[in-house]
Structures are given as structure tokens and as C-alpha cells.
Design a protein around this ligand. Structure first.
Ligand SMILES: Cc1ncc(COP(=O)(O)O)c(C=O)c1O
Ligand SMILES: NCC(=O)CCC(=O)O
Length: 419
């Protein structure tokens, strides 16, 4: 069976909504099934070539199947991939994380960003002996109960920012503020019952939204004042917006950082990192339980190490950032209708019909149908941007000048059709 339509029929017999993660079903009329990927390009099972700006939703900062990562994985495959006992690889990857992420002294590896934020929240609660957490409207921290409350990403795409199935008792433990609204944060924290404030320092799950100048600094100060922990969810931004993440870019250092995506080089991973005296509260040295059959599994460790080794050379950031900048600059020239593009390093998103996006409520005012039409027309021309206004367009070290020029040629073509 080699066509997406047939596979889609089979998938619907086997999976809820035909997929195993909802955003994938947002590609209409049905998702294309991918056969392989190399560099900036993926090929569908029909052999259609697509320039990829989704990049596995963020992990693939080097592009698809880079030789450096592939070689390291093959070497590890020869040695075995699960031992239920420590391997040297986890030390190597943790050293890379602690050397690049300023606030990270110790690390606990888990298997997804979801597990990372779930355990970071438990850690904050265990450490402070408080039960509430504060999150931001339209931030997405994965798919566990404590964060599927006013969540962005697919939760918003499918109009269920607060998921069914979450007990009201849990919802009551989660306070929500608008991103960039320090007055709200102050009013929630001053009751001194909030264990931790979890935030995407740069929002990447309601499109891209940047923190205003004083916002992260204000969060740092308010959490100190009221003895709450500050948790930066850098699952997207870690090793992307700079090798040291958003905290390095803005020089604001959280108590706990959650990581995922890039640190696993495209294999499943998550990590909770922070000051030693906080991370030491995890079992077995402390009483905040965390365990996992696949925690620090050798393949994810190997792919993560190989990826960060490339990032340490600097060139991936130069290429990926240059690509995003060139595309954004040209789009500003060619899009003639009212719009805003939010952009930082190798992440950006386009919002039509609005001229300023500083929080989730602003995003809801954007013309999402227009964005989806852009996605559809680009796909027809062989360019894959996320099938949702509430995701991020990413570039990678494989998005060289030729790829960018080809992309811009196609953008120009579809934008004249769109206007
Ligand atoms: C900021 C952020 N946190 C957490 C997650 C959850 O990660 P995962 O999908 O690996 O569970 C995501 C996923 O996109 C994310 O963007
Ligand atoms: N921005 C949300 C994600 O990247 C997660 C991908 C998925 O849910 O499939």
C-alpha cells in the first residue's frame, strides 16, 4: 500500500481520529504519510518532495537524518539499546546540558516533554510543600492533567484548551494568567500558596509570542518574593534560541528547567534540570518519586550527544537563524494585507488580520482561516508549514540558501493567489 489516502482509511480503523497525536490530523483532507527524510526535505509515500518547516515539531534542528547523529546511533545499535542500569552516555549528555544551560547543575532524564513538566511540577510541590501552580493562557506543557488547562497547541486547535477528564479538584490547583501580565502574576502569588510558576519563556504553542522586556525579569523577582519556584519550560527553546536556551538569551535564570525535543536529537526524551539541592529531591535521594524503564535510554542519549556536538560548532545556528531571517524579511515585503510576524532565531509564525500579538487572547483575534489557506497552498507547492496557527514554523541547519530561495519563490506564488 503506497498511497496516503489508502493508508488514511486503514489508520482510521485503528486510531482515534486516524492519528496518534492530534495535530497530525489537521492536515486536510487527510495527512500525507511520510516515507523518508533527509536534510530539509521529506518525501511522502507517493514520492512527493516537501521542504519541511515542521521538523518533527522542533527536535530536528540539524534537519532530517544528519550523518553525525546517524553514525552515533548505528554505533550504539551495535552495542545494545536498553540495560536497566546506568551507561556512560547519560553522564556525557548531562555534562553537555549542565555546561550549556546556566541554571542546570543536576539533571533527571525522562522520555518526553510531558514527563518533564509533570515531574517538574511534582518536584516544585514536593520542595515547597505547596499545592498550587501558576501557568499561562495558551502555553502548552504536554499532555498531563496539571497542564491541560487553558493549553495552546493542539488543545486550542481542537477547541479543548481544558481537556475533558481532568477532575475539578485538579483544575482548582492551577491558576492561570495571561502571558506578559505581571499584575496578574503578582495577585496570584501574593497568597503564598503557589509552589511554582511554569512558563514557556518564549511561547511556541500559540504561534510564536515573545516575552515583553520586563516580563521574565518580573517573574524571577515575584517568584523570589513569594517563595515560589520558577520553572522555565524550554522543551522548544532549549538548545534552539541559543545553545543555552532562552535563559541565556534573556539572562534570567529559573530554579527548574524542563527540556526535551532537541536534546534527544529526534528520539524520545525529556529532562528536568536545576539546582542540585532541588533536583536531589527526586528518588532515590529524595522523596519526590520519579522512575522510568526508558529513562536515559542509550539511543536517545547517543542522538542527543551527537546533536549537541554539532550545535557546539556554531554553524547550525548560523544557517538556521539566517534562513528564518531571510524568509521573514521577504514575507514582510510580499504580504500586503494586515499581518504580524513574530520571530526569534529559528522560530517564527505569521498572524493575519492583526498588528500586534503579545498573548493568547491576541492570537485568537488573528485570521486563522487565512493561515490555514496559506498552509494548504504551500503544501500543494511542496512546502510544509504546521497545519495550525497555534504551532511554530522552524528552520534548521539544512535550510541553506537554495532551500530558502526555493521556499520564497513558492511563497510568492501562493501569496499572490491568497491575496
Ligand atoms: C513547551 C513544551 N513543553 C512540553 C511539551 C511536551 O513535549 P512532548 O510532546 O515531548 O511530551 C511540548 C511539546 O510540544 C512543548 O512545546
Ligand atoms: N507544539 C506541540 C507539539 O509540538 C507536540 C507535537 C504533537 O503534539 O504532536
Amino acid at each position: 500500500m503506497t498511497n496516503s489516502e489508502e493508508l488514511w482509511k486503514e489508520a482510521n480503523k485503528l486510531f482515534a481520529g486516524g492519528v496518534n497525536s492530534p495535530v497530525r490530523a489537521a492536515v486536510k483532507p487527510f495527512p500525507f504519510f511520510v516515507e523518508r527524510g533527509k536534510g530539509a526535505i521529506i518525501y511522502t509515500v507517493e514520492g512527493k518532495r516537501l521542504i519541511d518547516y515542521v521538523l518533527g515539531y522542533g527536535p530536528l534542528i540539524l534537519g532530517h537524518s544528519p550523518d553525525s547523529v546517524k553514525e552515533k546511533l548505528i554505533k550504539q545499535l551495535d552495542k545494545g539499546w536498553l540495560f536497566g542500569t546506568p551507561s556512560e552516555l547519560e553522564i556525557e549528555l548531562a555534562r553537555k546540558i549542565t555546561s550549556h544551560i546556566p541554571s542546570a547543575q543536576k539533571v533527571r532524564f525522562v522520555n518526553s516533554g510531558t514527563e518533564a513538566t509533570m515531574n517538574a511540577i511534582r518536584l516544585a510541590r514536593g520542595y515547597t510543600k505547596r499545592s498550587k501552580i501558576l501557568k499561562f493562557n495558551g502555553n502548552y506543557h504536554g499532555s498531563h492533567d496539571y497542564v491541560l488547562i487553558e493549553a495552546g497547541s493542539a488543545a486550542t486547535e481542537y477547541s479543548i484548551p481544558t481537556s475533558d477528564g481532568i477532575p475539578v479538584e485538579i483544575i482548582k490547583t492551577v491558576e492561570v494568567c495571561e502571558f506578559n501580565d505581571l499584575d496578574c502574576v503578582n495577585s496570584k502569588l501574593k497568597k503564598e500558596d503557589v509552589a511554582g510558576v511554569i512558563v514557556e519563556p518564549i511561547m511556541g504553542n500559540s504561534g510564536v509570542i515573545l516575552p515583553e522586556k520586563e516580563f521574565l525579569k518580573g517573574l524571577r523577582e515575584l517568584t523570589r518574593t513569594y517563595n515560589s519556584l520558577l520553572i522555565f519550560d524550554e522543551v522548544i527553546t532549549g538548545f534552539r534560541v541559543s545553545i543555552g536556551g532562552a535563559q541565556t538569551l534573556y539572562q534570567i535564570y529559573p530554579d527548574i528547567t524542563t527540556l526535551g525535543k532537541i536534546i534527544g536529537g529526534g528520539l524520545p526524551i525529556g529532562a528536568i534540570a536545576g539546582k542540585a539541592d532541588i533536583i536531589d529531591n527526586f528518588t532515590p535521594s529524595g522523596k519526590v518519586f520519579n522512575a522510568g524503564t526508558f529513562n536515559a535510554n542509550p539511543l536517545s542519549m547517543a542522538a542527543g550527544i551527537a546533536t549537541i556536538e554539532e550545535l557546539e560548532k556554531g554553524y547550525p545556528y548560523n544557517i538556521a537563524n539566517k534562513a528564518a531571517k531571510a524568509i521573514v524579511e521577504e514575507l514582510e515585503n510580499i504580504i500586503k494585507v494586515k499581518h504580524t510576524i513574530n520571530h526569534i532565531s529559528s522560530m517564527f509564525q505569521i498572524f493575519f488580520g492583526v498588528d500586534n500579538i503579545k498573548n493568547y487572547s491576541d492570537v485568537k483575534k488573528a485570521n486563522r482561516e487565512y493561515y490555514m489557506r496559506l498552509h494548504e497552498l504551500l503544501l500543494r507547492e511542496g512546502v510544509f508549514i504546521p497545519p495550525s496557527q497555534y504551532e511554530t514554523i522552524f528552520t534548521s541547519a539544512s535550510h541553506d540558501n537554495d532551500i530558502v530561495n526555493e521556499t520564497l519563490y513558492k511563497f510568492k506564488k501562493v501569496i499572490s493567489e491568497l491575496m
